[in-house]
Write a protein that binds this ligand. Structure first.
Ligand SMILES: O=C(CO)[C@H](O)[C@H](O)COP(=O)(O)O
Length: 234
């Protein structure tokens, strides 16, 4: 499995060109990519990166990748990020690492998004992975009820929603942006665009983990190679 992540991360380097401003994703696969990108930077590649999480900023710095301030840049040529699920239409579930809001801001601002994932992440229908939804702590129970209604209305087989906890059990996990994460069991999300649209209308929802029309390239790592799939939007 780790070979699969490694192969995906390595294949994504082919999309990086000298002089690029890169969006740097979060998660274990993205971190493997950062290690390899760091080697290229050490070898003379000139790029800058905009990190999507505090953790990614730290790993990028440790690997010698120059960082840019998201508030001071004019364009992002390419974002490389992981995913929790990918369907054949290049719709994604993201947010397993609780970075979905910043990941989506950066992906949306990017000219191109390359997703790197191991082969377990490819699914026919999204939804086995609980959908991460970043919410404002204020009125969270009211927001959770609206989320449930939106999931049912858009055809999901919605079940329990769980407030994500810190790994050390000391309380709810707080995102880099100061919000909470609700993980919603959907089982099946048959119409991701409809679900995304309804969730986006709920005021307490800061962002949801459905990434629609954002990924241009999916790189699926397998044990001995990587499969590259490109979407033409013309
Ligand atoms: O969305 C993410 C973080 O918010 C990650 O990209 C996603 O969870 C995949 O992580 P990994 O590469 O560790 O499987």
């Amino acid at each position: 499995m780790s070979n699969a992540k490694e192969n995906a991360a390595l294949a994504a380097l082919d999309f990086v060109e000298d002089g690029m401003m890169l969006g740097l994703g979060s998660g274990s696969t993205a971190e493997i990519f950062l290690e390899h990108l760091g080697e290229r930077v050490a070898g003379g590649l000139r790029v800058q990166g905009v990190p999507t999480s505090a953790r990614t900023a730290q790993v990028a710095t440790e690997n010698g990748i120059p960082l840019a301030d998201a508030n001071k840049i004019e364009r992002i040529h390419l974002t490389i990020d992981g995913a929790d699920e990918v369907n054949p239409e290049f719709c994604l579930i993201k947010g397993g690492g609780a970075c979905l809001l910043r990941e989506k801001i950066i992906a949306h601002a990017s000219e191109r998004m390359v997703v790197i994932a191991d082969d377990r992440k490819m699914v026919d229908v999204l939804g086995a992975f609980p959908l991460p939804i970043e919410v404002d702590p204020f009125g969270m129970a009211l927001t959770a009820e609206k989320i449930y209604q939106a999931l049912i209305k858009s055809g999901c087989e919605a079940g329990q929603t769980v407030l994500r906890q810190k790994k050390d059990g000391s309380g709810p996990l707080v995102t880099d942006g100061g919000h909470y994460i609700l993980d919603s069991r959907c089982r099946k999300i048959p119409k991701p665009a409809d679900t995304a649209d309804l969730l986006s209308r709920i005021p307490g929802v800061m962002e949801h983990g459905l990434f629609i029309d954002l990924a241009d390239v999916i790189v699926i790592g397998e044990t001995d190679h990587a499969k590259v799939m490109e979407l033409s939007r013309e």
